[in-house]
Design a protein around this ligand. Structure first.
Ligand code: FAD
Ligand code: SF4
Ligand code: SF4
Length: 452
């Protein structure tokens, strides 16, 4: 039996750095069938244990083998309301695929790519998995339209609850819309998955800042329950001299301007200056998204990371794609100071080389500065991708408990406020789409249990 996974087609690197279209093109029918046929249909499927929402993976793959995509979609939809998104952006190598038995001796089954194959066909053909919803008279407000809020909304709506989502931005989707770039997750896919939630009766009110235009107190009077899925969108900075210069951005701001506001286009209402040379500071997935987006705008785009390639926290596939696209990695280097001209525009950085130390108790190697190695690099843009923390604007004038790290404290999914539940990055700190979805689903079930 062939143990190599079937690889779908991808856009050529030289072409794709000139556009924002999706890099991975997805399986054709022949490719999907071939890959599905590699699955052993395990009786005790390890892969399912690796999926935070417990999709019955062998079952949906069996339907792909039979070319019954409607049934395959029905199986996936029982556990996930955003499969076209998860199939694309889940860190599968650490989850379902990381557990697949085939991975022990060869390549794991490409579960994510197969899920995407099914979901894309379902979206194209308007398959619906939920029919005959019987409405009840209970009302739930959701704050935030990221994956946790959308999933919570979907679960409740399927059971007949009246759900209204409040979102501060002009478009729903949270990080799916403003963070993850088009070339990894087309916005048309996000829009379609949100449309299918609307068809379940979910109402979405955009441009509403909860905590200002309307408060949690107002919502808890008007609704039977409130779910907070407000994410972790507050960027961290380094606290080094010069960070106030024109041309220093957070990765979130750059990505929002590119993804949501298309600010790189000539006709944009709030255009961004296109840099000649930019350094993105950090080595995670957000850093890769920012640097690859800048490359597509024609910028000489670099990653600057203080550890070595082995410690890069980004997914291996993202690093591989970034390298293929000509991103330059300045490793074992860290900024000390951002330099600016008399008009406060960035003109470069003083940076220092770093030396790796032995691994600490957590198994992670530390770094120390090589004091004599300070040198200057030229650039006209610096983008900080150093992680994010929650922004609790929604909690204004409430006494909802926060942890020492500033995360919302929950018991199961309930906050210290009797009618308010929470989940996703606002509770865990920056994590993943599927974990946020799992939290939204868990909260929905607790809400339903308590409102019975
Ligand atoms: P979010 O997606 O952050 O959504 C929160 C929403 O709440 C936002 O829309 C926000 O505007 C809204 N909001 C906040 N405060 C208020 C308020 N007061 N009133 C009204 N609305 C409010 N994860 C993966 O699994 N795979 C990836 O490939 C991946 N790539 C990523 C790339 C980037 C650039 C980033 C930033 C993150 C990435 N992640 C990825 C992480 C993942 O996107 C998050 O873990 C996930 O989106 C968290 O979901 P959430 O629902 O908790 O919050
Ligand atoms: Fe794997 Fe994510 Fe799909 Fe679960 S939702 S099966 S973890 S790709
Ligand atoms: Fe198929 Fe792998 Fe899951 Fe077994 S563990 S059912 S081979 S996907």
């Amino acid at each position: 039996m062939n143990d190599k996974r079937v690889l779908g087609k991808i856009q050529n690197p030289q072409e794709r750095i000139k556009n924002f279209s999706e890099v991975e093109l997805g399986y054709t029918k022949e490719e999907a069938l071939k890959e599905a046929n590699r699955c052993l249909q395990c009786i005790n499927p390890r892969c399912v244990k690796g999926c935070p929402v417990g999709i019955m993976i062998p079952e949906f793959i069996k339907y792909i083998k039979e070319d019954n995509i409607e049934k395959a979609y029905e199986v996936i939809s029982k556990s996930s309301s955003l499969p076209a998104i998860c199939g694309r952006v889940c860190p599968q190598e650490k989850q379902c695929e990381g557990m697949c038995i085939k991975g022990l001796k060869g390549d794991a089954i490409s579960i994510g790519a197969l899920e995407r194959y099914v979901a894309d066909i379902a979206l194209k053909n308007n398959f619906t998995s939920v029919k005959n919803i019987k409405k009840n008279n209970k009302k739930v407000a959701i704050v935030g339209s990221g994956p946790s809020g959308l999933t919570c909304a979907g679960e409740l709506a399927k059971k007949g609850y009246n759900v209204v989502i409040y979102e501060i931005l002009q478009k729903p989707g949270g990080v799916l819309t403003y963070g993850i770039p088009e070339f990894r997750l087309p916005k048309s896919i996000v829009e379609k998955e949100i449309e299918s939630l609307k068809k379940l009766g979910v109402e979405i009110k955009c441009d509403v800042l909860v905590g200002n235009s309307i408060t949690i107190d107002d919502l808890s009077k008007e609704y039977d329950a409130v779910f907070l899925g407000t994410g972790a969108g507050l960027p961290k900075f380094m606290g080094i001299p010069g960070e106030e210069a024109n041309g220093v951005f957070s990765a979130n701001e750059i990505l929002t301007r590119i993804n949501l506001m298309k600010a790189y286009k000539e006709e944009a209402k709030t255009p961004i200056k296109k840099a000649k040379k930019a350094y993105v500071i950090g080595g995670g997935n957000v850093a890769m998204d920012a640097v690859r987006s800048l490359k597509r705008l024609g910028v000489d785009a670099h990653i600057m990371y203080r550890r070595s390639e082995e410690e890069l926290p980004a997914r291996k596939m993202e690093v591989y794609h970034a390298k293929e696209e000509g991103i330059i990695f300045d490793l074992l280097t860290n900024p000390k100071e951002i330099l600016m001209d008399e008009f406060n525009n960035v003109i470069g950085m003083n940076v220092i080389n770093m030396i790796l130390t032995e691994p600490g108790e957590d198994g992670r190697r530390g770094v120390i500065e090589d004091e004599k190695s300070i040198h200057k690099v030229d650039c006209d843009m610096v983008v900080m991708a150093l992680g994010t923390s929650p922004n609790h604007s929604a909690l204004k004038d409430t006494e909802i408990n926060l942890s020492e790290k500033g995360l919302i404290v929950v018991e199961e999914s309930k906050t210290s406020h009797d009618k308010v539940y929470a989940g996703g990055d606002a509770v865990t700190g920056a994590a993943t789409v599927i974990l946020a979805m799992e939290a939204g689903k868990k909260a929905a079930h607790q809400i339903m249990e308590e409102l019975k």
